[in-house]
Design a protein around this ligand. Structure first.
Ligand code: AMP
Length: 410
């Protein structure tokens, strides 16, 4: 049951796969594929450990059940080579602090070294393996590499939603060799991004933004059959505005997407979906801090000027359109919110989404960051941990890391 304010939704089992709770893991070796791909500053200090925290329920469950817990993850893009700056050793320390329990660390993820450590593990012990992507076999989904990973464990649990759209050895290949189940985070992501989206309490509103139409076209196509309203802001809005025949000055436009945008507008109209675009914009001639800005209507963006944020009238319009929503999904900022002068639209919409009496789902790294910067993350029902994976689900596609898990037989 998901709840926010007066909204509650019964979430059915839409996963259809084994979950960690279906496995008898006491005394067994369990390989948990987590997404511990956290950001670091220049001094190698972790700047945001939410990815580690979000997998704690699965890790703690396995510890409490008396399993031998072996965790694998990638970090960055070392491209199949050992690169010390992408070592997971600092993550092991943070995990140890968060679990309040010793975390063993193996300098490799396959071979005699981790195998030796695993053979001495007691029930409830935790081991973090070194970066899976130090081996080229990980991203190539090499069978021999997947088999070496599987050799470490009796069961496989995937909790790495952020990597579930990849068909890699640790997300797909390994499932050929072990009974494979979903962790709690993976299950929750699917329940919201598929369960709620396919079965929403209405009115259901999608808010989409970000740079490009091309990045969100699949999502728009899929959601056009499910939502009651679509609100489009951000750079992608101007391809739609241009497709409707307006001048957009030097705003971001994808000329090869104009027909696609016009077709989407048609499809939304045919489906009786209300479609909202910015009615005004904050414009500037450059992104330089301190550059002159103006607010103009969507019809009056002059040549040489770029629309870089939605304007106050659009904020009001979008906020009103959100007011009667019972389910909201938001992916993509309303402007170049990284720069203060163009951040107000995104932050205002963050507040409007948070204040709505609706079940609210936020996806995508930028949008996640925006709701945190706006200080409203606690008022959002669910914030997805996956960027590419959440978009792929919203496009209505299967994720290889989920399809590969063992089917539930009941
Ligand atoms: P995406 O990864 O497609 O969700 O795009 C996110 C990026 O879109 C952010 O870095 C924003 O700065 C950028 N963006 C949002 N609105 C605009 C705009 N009006 N013009 C140019 N870039 C934008």
């Amino acid at each position: 049951m998901a709840k926010k304010n007066n909204i509650s939704v019964e979430i059915k089992d839409i996963l259809g796969k084994l979950t960690i709770e279906d496995l008898q893991i006491k005394g067994k070796r369990v390989f948990i594929r987590a997404d511990l791909n956290v950001p670091f500053d220049d001094n190698m200090v972790i700047t945001d450990d939410r990815r580690i925290r979000s997998t704690l329920p699965t890790v703690n469950y396995a510890i409490d059940e008396g399993a031998k817990v072996i965790i694998g993850s990638h970090l960055g893009r070392p491209k199949g080579r050992v690169e010390p700056r992408f070592s997971l050793a600092p993550v092991a320390k943070r995990l140890q602090r968060l679990l309040n329990k010793e975390v063993l660390f193996a300098n490799d993820c396959i071979g005699p070294q981790p195998e030796g450590i695993v053979s001495k593990m007691k029930n409830g012990d935790v081991l973090l393996l070194e970066n899976l992507r130090f081996h080229p076999g990980e991203e190539k989904n090499d069978e021999a590499f997947a088999r070496s990973l599987a050799k470490l464990a009796d069961f496989y649990v995937n909790d790495a939603f952020g990597a579930a759209h990849r068909s890699h050895a640790s997300t797909a290949g390994i499932t050929k060799f072990l009974p494979s189940a979903a962790g709690f985070l993976l299950k929750k992501e699917i329940e919201y991004l598929k369960g709620v989206v396919d079965n929403p309490v209405r009115p259901f509103v999608a808010v989409l933004g970000g740079a490009k139409v091309s990045g969100k076209i699949g999502v728009l196509e899929n959601l056009a059959n499910k939502v009651d309203k679509v609100i489009v802001g951000g750079g992608m809005a101007y391809t739609f505005i241009k497709a409707m025949g307006y001048e957009i000055g030097d705003s971001l436009v994808e000329s090869d997407m104009l027909d696609v945008a016009a077709n989407i507008i048609d499809k939304l109209r045919r489906n009786n979906v209300k479609f909202y675009l910015p009615v005004d914009s904050v414009i500037a001639q450059s992104l330089e801090p301190g550059a002159e800005t103006k607010i103009v209507t969507a019809q009056e963006i002059p040549k040489g000027w770029r629309a870089l944020d939605i304007g106050p009238a659009s904020v009001k319009l979008f906020s009103e359109a959100l007011q009667n929503a019972k389910t909201i999904i938001w992916n993509g900022p309303m402007g170049v919110f990284e720069i203060d002068a163009f951040s107000r639209g995104t932050f205002s919409i963050a507040h409007a989404v948070a204040d709505a009496y609706a079940l609210t789902i936020v996806g995508g790294g930028d949008t996640d960051y925006a709701v945190h910067r706006a200080g409203v993350s606690d008022a959002i029902t669910f914030i997805s941990t996956g960027g590419g994976a959440s978009l792929q689900l919203l496009e209505g596609k299967d994720l290889p890391g989920i399809s590969a898990l063992t089917d539930r037989k009941d």
